[in-house]
Design a protein around this ligand. Structure first.
Ligand SMILES: Nc1ncnc2c1ncn2[C@@H]1O[C@H](COP(=O)(O)OP(=O)(O)OP(=O)(O)O)[C@@H](O)[C@H]1O
Ligand SMILES: [Mg+2]
Length: 340
């Protein structure tokens, strides 16, 4: 996708910006029940995730299917309750919020899902889809609501507004539906946007337009963004940092160019060499994941969760002890015993 003119994101020094979101030792486990046997353990979907996100900062999260990316996002959105750990938004624990404060939080955080059609209520016209979050967040004046609906539709390029405002989701193309989802996420003027594979279900022809729109919104509104993707070529366009997730944990965090040029974790290295392009930035996606199966999240391997697939495994260490985070360069950390 880099061939179609997506420029790289400017890197703004992070120290200058206040922290918007702080995820601390987060665990999200799902109880597993077997018919006739009852409790059969837990799926450790998110298992000890920590990171800070600055105001206006965009990060990408990459990792194989089932590693816990969406579960992490849903906990941040307040949809899943953490099993343990905390999520602080502007310093306040989101799972301690009162009902009213929760409503406020939902207006501060926008969500763009992978499947726009599934995300939109089929029996509501665009006007009502966009009006609902405004009503919920307490905008009582009807004229003000209509004004904001028009403005947000224009911002996502659903214009002329009259052509779209009374349409139902099934009357729109996939790209137009995703614009409605983005308008709905943006209409309450959030500080944080969570985009979970926002273009993977769209035609290639509209993907770039939607990514450009998200990038423009991010810059115009100084939004923080968490962008989940399988598409490494768009990561550097969108994000300043990249987090690699494996079996419920963030195993490597680094500025995007640093990670692509100097991947430290054997898993990240395998992801990048698995791409068919010599330059990972031009690779469309990491279709070829490292050899071997992702581990069970019900009984994750002891020690480093990647050790059964790792070509550089150190016996007696990697298969025994969970590696802590080691710093290998400025803002570049990796959870791997090779960097002890
Ligand atoms: N509500 C739930 N109840 C029980 N298990 C769940 C639930 N949601 C997710 N899981 C399990 O948690 C693990 C992580 O799933 P998750 O959807 O977070 O992964 P993902 O990284 O988003 O995958 P993908 O790339 O396929 O979207 C999976 O094993 C999944 O089956
Ligand atoms: Mg997912």
């Amino acid at each position: 996708m880099s061939q179609v003119g997506l420029d790289h994101a400017a890197s703004i020094p992070q120290q200058a910006r206040p922290i918007l979101l702080s995820v601390q030792e987060l665990q999200v486990w799902f109880e597993l029940r077997r018919f006739g046997f009852g409790h059969a353990g837990y799926v450790h979907a998110v298992d000890g995730v920590s990171f800070d996100l600055a105001e206006g900062e965009a990060v990408a999260i990459v990792g194989e299917s089932g590693c816990g990316k969406s579960s992490l996002m849903k906990a941040i959105l307040g949809l899943y309750k953490p099993t343990s750990g905390r999520i602080l938004f502007q310093g306040q624990d989101i799972h301690q919020f009162s009902k009213e404060r929760k409503r406020w939080y939902h207006s501060r955080v926008g969500y763009v899902q992978q499947d726009p059609f599934g995300a939109l209520p089929p029996f509501m016209p665009v006007r009502r889809i966009l009006e609902e979050p405004l009503i919920i967040s307490g905008v009582k004046n009807k004229n003000e609501r209509m004004e904001r609906i028009r403005k947000s539709m224009e911002e996502v390029k659903l214009s002329p507004v009259e052509d779209f405002i009374e349409k139902y989701p099934h009357m729109l193309s996939g790209g137009q539906q995703q614009r409605v989802v983005i308008a709905r996420a943006m209409i309450t003027e959030p500080k944080l946007l969570v985009a979970d594979e926002p273009v993977s279900m769209l035609d290639a022809s509209v993907r770039v337009e939607i990514l450009k729109l998200l990038r423009a919104l991010q810059e115009r509104h100084n939004l923080s963004v968490i962008y989940i993707t399988h598409d490494l070529s768009t990561v550097s366009y969108f994000s300043e940092r990249i987090f690699v997730m494996y079996a419920g944990r963030l195993i490597e965090k680094a500025p995007v160019h640093r990670l692509i040029d100097h991947p430290a974790h054997p898993y990240t290295q395998a992801l990048l060499t698995g791409t068919s392009e010599p330059d990972a930035r031009n690779a469309l996606s990491y279709k070829e994941v490292p050899p071997g199966e992702p581990p069970s999240l019900v009984k994750p391997p002891q020690g480093c969760r990647f050790h059964p697939r790792c070509v550089r495994m150190i016996g007696g260490e990697c298969d025994v002890n969970e590696p802590p985070e080691f710093t290998v360069a400025d803002r570049h950390t990796v959870s791997c015993w090779l960097y002890k």
